[in-house]
Design a protein around this ligand. Structure first.
Ligand code: IMP
Length: 177
């Protein structure tokens, strides 16, 4: 098992390139079957999902559209809760079959804050595809329609995910030692 250093921390191999690519392929096949005859619109959330979205998209045989967005959170003036706004969602999603593509769902807070913004635009359907899910860490329960791997509540890097900006380029996923 390979141990790598990212900044000041050690990480060990957790999911191999082959394991990830097989799972991404099977999610792509499931989406092809579920959306046969439809034209889903994928909304991939930057930065972490770029690699998953790219590999997943290559497995699609159906017509599909894709855009990347960035979520930014800020404190509302009059509320103590965080408000999540999206940057880059210029397309009209009214009446479309939307699939959100995430790298990892941890507490669920980010998507729980963001989903109402999308639902407000009245898509025909809304599903979530996430490569990783830390189900033990759930604080905001979400219906996750496509999950690559349910992983323990330990920090991971690689395959798009970073630790303080580094590690996104790794082909495998590594877990904090
Ligand atoms: P949530 O709002 O708690 O579900 O967190 C989601 C976001 O936290 C992800 O999109 C990641 O950016 C980040 N995140 C959570 N866990 C990890 C991890 O283990 N490695 C890298 N980023 C993580």
């Amino acid at each position: 098992m390979a141990v790598i250093r990212v900044h000041d921390k050690s990480f060990e191999t957790y999911l191999s390139e082959e394991t990830i690519s097989q799972r991404v392929k099977s999610i792509g096949e499931a989406i092809n079957a579920d959306y046969a005859g439809k034209r889903p619109f994928f909304i991939a959330i930057l930065n972490g999902s770029f690699m998953f979205a790219s590999d997943l998209f290559k497995h699609l045989t159906i017509d599909a559209e894709l855009c990347f967005i960035k979520l930014a959170s800020y404190k509302g003036m009059r509320s103590s809760g965080k408000v999540v706004t999206s940057i880059g969602l210029d397309d009209d999603i009214f009446g479309k079959d939307i699939v959100i593509v995430e790298d990892i769902v941890d507490t669920g807070k980010t998507l729980t804050n963001f989903l109402p913004k999308l639902q407000h635009q009245q898509p025909k359907s809304l599903r979530i595809a996430t490569l990783l899910h830390k189900s033990e860490a759930t604080e905001y329960p979400l219906q996750l329609d496509y999950v690559g791997f349910d992983i323990p509540n330990k920090f991971v890097v690689g395959y798009g995910l970073d630790y303080e900006g580094l590690g996104r380029n790794l082909k495998e996923i590594y877990q904090l030692v």
